[in-house]
Ligand binder design. Structure first.
Ligand SMILES: *Cc1c(COP(=O)(O)O)cnc(C)c1O
Length: 495
């Protein structure tokens, strides 16, 4: 039925067009013939200037695209005459746009400190100064100056990690997913890895313990139940094929209620008795105790290592606040085995990562937390945030149509760390007399720089904990650019 209907419709529309076709086609053809060639367009003065500013390829591509669009518009009868000035303006705009970077700074007003979509930990100016110095020159990345021979690139971070963590040895790879993968592949390929059923986690969509395990060549042996696993369950699950006991930190969720899991000490004792290594994937890698802030379930890396686990793995850009990296730390003999795995070469990091990681670790050693932006954000007091929020609110209140109030709320550490552990904050709650919260959020995302905010129960919420002080003006300016009504009130001009 439906198909028939459609057919008939198409046919009748087709015949109508056919009738008018000859006349239309000739104007179309005439227009198409008038389209200049790419080279001819590029010879126009404004466009030849463009080529002195950008590589020729940008101008050529933009021109090709504009001419293609023009051809298509003529085909759809959207163009009645060819205007080369319009064409030129379009080409200029397209070339400018193509030459602009697409990775740009964003104002994070969400209050999520480790926002994976926004690049997790921002780095400090000092860290980037060191990176600039290390990146634009040759360096002793893998060069042993004493022997004048090849060295190891991880020595630079290892010397700091051993002091900070009390570890015998450490390695740096591309991220924590790589750290877990390399550790499992080295220590358990072809054998079984015992994990509690309650820890078969997924982090951010693509990292799942069972999947990474399968790719590492190890077989997953699930132990206990989702909510309760005891050390006796581990003992019972051991076979000759067992190679490793794995514990995974529940980074981004929490099981509450009737729950139990073996202590790390119990697992270590079992591992010792059976001659099996115990590995903990810590996820976040907390180097500075969060207990003073009331966050008690994020163990520090050093206290985890003190229990006697053989290896811990954690991220460089979560609570550590450094560059994207995965750190593997633990006993020397085990780390030497991991280092010899040919896959280590495939997962190793660049000098830029080593440079920034070394800087970040040395800031921890110096206890200079002002050099680690996320540490600064985590430790910003509620009073300080409130002072800043009041200051911004005063400026925002001058924007016509905007209603501003301060409300209690929470910032989130995020990035798969400290689930449900929020930091109290004072938020700016905005309402607009014409735009919904969603429309305001959209407007903010389109600005330069884009401002990313939170929308909750049709209010736009801004949390200044994750906003740098020099970005406050950018938020005010972005909101002041909300287009006014036809007769924009005078107040708008003042801003
Ligand atoms: C975040 C996380 C990972 C993945 O770390 P990346 O650095 O993002 O690769 C793995 N395991 C746990 C427990 C995590 O929290």
């Amino acid at each position: 039925m439906v198909r028939q209907k459609t057919k008939r419709k198409t046919r009748s529309r087709g015949s109508k067009t056919d009738a008018k076709r000859p006349a239309r086609r000739s104007t179309e053809l005439a227009l198409l013939r008038k389209i200049p060639g790419v080279d001819e367009v590029l010879r126009r003065p404004a466009l030849s200037k463009l080529q002195s500013r950008f590589p020729r390829i940008f101008a050529v591509e933009a021109t090709r695209e504009a001419l293609g669009d023009l051809r298509e518009k003529i085909g759809r009868k959207k163009v009645r005459a060819i205007d080369l000035d319009v064409l030129e303006t379009e080409i200029l705009a397209a070339a400018e746009k193509a030459a602009e970077p697409s990775l740009v700074p964003v104002v994070n007003a969400t209050g999520v400190i480790l926002h994976t979509n926004l690049g997790r930990a921002p780095l400090s100016q000092q860290a980037l100064e060191k990176l600039a110095a290390d990146g634009c020159q040759y360096g002793n990345l893998e060069y042993d100056r004493e022997r004048g021979a090849r060295g190891k690139r991880d020595v630079h971070t290892d010397r700091l990690l051993s002091r900070l963590l009390g570890s015998e040895s450490s390695l740096v790879v591309n991220n924590n997913a790589a750290a877990v993968f390399l550790t499992l592949n080295t220590l358990a390929e072809g054998g079984e890895v015992l994990v509690s059923r309650g820890e078969l986690i997924e982090i951010g969509g693509s990292f799942r313990i069972p999947d990474i395990m399968a790719k590492s060549g190890a077989t997953l042996c699930e132990v206990g139940t989702t909510n309760r696993t005891r050390i006796a369950d581990f003992e019972r699950a051991l076979s000759e094929r067992a190679r490793l006991l794995l514990r995974v930190h529940p980074s981004n969720f929490r099981v509450v209620g009737f729950t139990e899991r073996p202590t790390l000490e119990e697992l270590v004792a079992l591992g010792r008795r059976k001659g099996l290594p115990v590995v903990e994937d810590l996820g976040s890698g907390c180097l500075r105790d969060l207990r003073p802030l009331g966050i008690s379930d994020e163990p520090t890396v050093s206290e985890t290592l003190r229990t006697g686990v053989d290896v811990v793995t954690f991220s460089g850009d979560k609570l550590l606040g450094g560059p994207q990296a995965g750190i593997i730390a633990g006993g020397r003999a085990t780390l030497d085995r991991i280092r010899k795995n040919p896959l280590f070469r495939a997962l190793r990091v660049d000098k830029m990562t080593i440079s920034v990681l070394e800087f970040t670790l040395s800031a921890y050693l110096r206890e200079d937390y002002s050099a680690i932006p996320i540490q600064r954000m985590i430790h910003t007091s509620l009073e300080e945030i409130e002072i800043r929020a009041r200051r911004v609110a005063r400026r925002l209140k001058r924007i016509p149509g905007l209603e501003v109030e301060l409300v209690d709320g929470n910032s989130v550490i995020g990035g798969g760390s400290t689930p449900g552990r929020d930091l109290p904050s004072k938020l700016l709650a905005l309402n607009h007399d014409r735009l919904s919260a969603r429309e305001m959020a959209e407007h903010l995302r389109q600005q330069t720089p884009p401002v990313v905010a939170r929308v909750e129960s049709d209010q736009l919420l801004l949390d200044l904990r994750t906003v740098f002080e020099d970005q406050e003006d950018k938020i005010t300016a972005a909101l002041a650019r909300i287009p006014g009504k036809k007769n924009a009130p005078r107040g708008m001009k003042k801003l």
